[in-house]
Design a protein around this ligand. Structure first.
Ligand code: ZN
Length: 269
């Protein structure tokens, strides 16, 4: 497959150059694949990516990987709500793939829900070993088996982990391509963007339908965990109105949001 950025999808590229989506990696919208797969988590970044691609007239096939993690029931529900809200003819049905991780992660907080990292904890606290690779490979194999030539992941510039790096994805793409005679495209359209820039792209999207919490309660964002704080900080820092309903509000959560905002500012510098 040829991922040349010229000569293909010229109208789309012209649209991108004019609109707020111009910062998206051109590879994602000018590849020759009729459909582009997108790993969807129900969170802000991948949800914004899906609608950006749809707005660029790209046909999109979303994937959700169900691993039995504590928050995934709510996350998957949120993803369905968001996809219903942004649905257009170019949006293909969501495919849910099973990839249980409880046997691997054991008694970890991501499985039990106990002692999930709170706001103010470092990024390392929410790192899940190998998860990026496992999710990507499972969705990529589906793509290869169904003639979808490209898979996009919404990794941001600020992601500090090695398994989100350009080098890592380059080698992963080569390994996946080696499984078949045809090359496979693995693209990270947001790789050059900071969180604030991605939030700006999604400013008018129904972001209140996305889900980011690792310790949800009764279907709602807890407002206290690491990921809730990161979400709150993203909204505050970008000036996008946060319509999310958090259980914990007020002084205590304001304090932890402040800590997370500081972390996000440092990351974005
Ligand atoms: Zn939370």
């Amino acid at each position: 497959m040829n991922f040349a950025t010229t000569g293909v999808g010229r109208r789309r590229q012209a649209d991108l150059d004019r609109g707020p989506h111009r910062q998206i990696d051109a590879d994602a919208v000018t590849c020759k694949s009729a459909v582009i797969g997108v790993l969807a988590s129900g969170g802000l970044d991948s949800s914004i990516l899906i609608k950006c691609l749809l707005d660029a007239d790209q046909r999109v096939k979303p994937f959700y990987i169900r691993s039995g993690l504590y928050w995934q029931t709510e996350e998957e529900r949120a993803l369905h709500r968001y996809l219903n809200a942004v649905a257009v003819p170019d949006l293909e049905p969501l495919t849910v793939l099973e990839l249980p991780l409880a046997d691997l992660y054991g008694n970890h907080w991501s499985i039990t829900g106990r002692n999930a990292p709170l706001a103010g904890t470092p990024d390392e606290a929410v790192y899940l070993p190998g998860r990026n690779a496992l999710l990507t490979i499972k969705a990529a194999l589906w793509c290869q088996m169904h003639n979808v030539g490209v898979l996009a992941v919404a990794t941001l510039e600020s992601n500090p982990f090695e398994d989100a790096s350009a080098s890592y994805f380059h080698h992963l793409r080569l390994a996946i391509s080696a499984l078949q005679s045809r090359p496979f495209g693995l693209t990270r359209p947001f790789a050059g963007l900071a969180k604030q820039q991605v939030m700006e792209l999604g400013r008018t999207f129904p972001l209140e339908l996305t889900f980011s919490c690792i310790a949800p309660h009764k279907g709602l964002h807890c407002g206290r965990c690491n990921k809730c704080a990161e979400r709150q900080a993203a909204f505050r820092l970008s000036g996008v109105n946060d319509l999310t309903h958090y259980i914990a509000v007020g002084a205590s959560s304001a304090a932890v949001v402040g800590t997370s905002t500081k972390n996000l500012q440092e990351i974005n510098q």
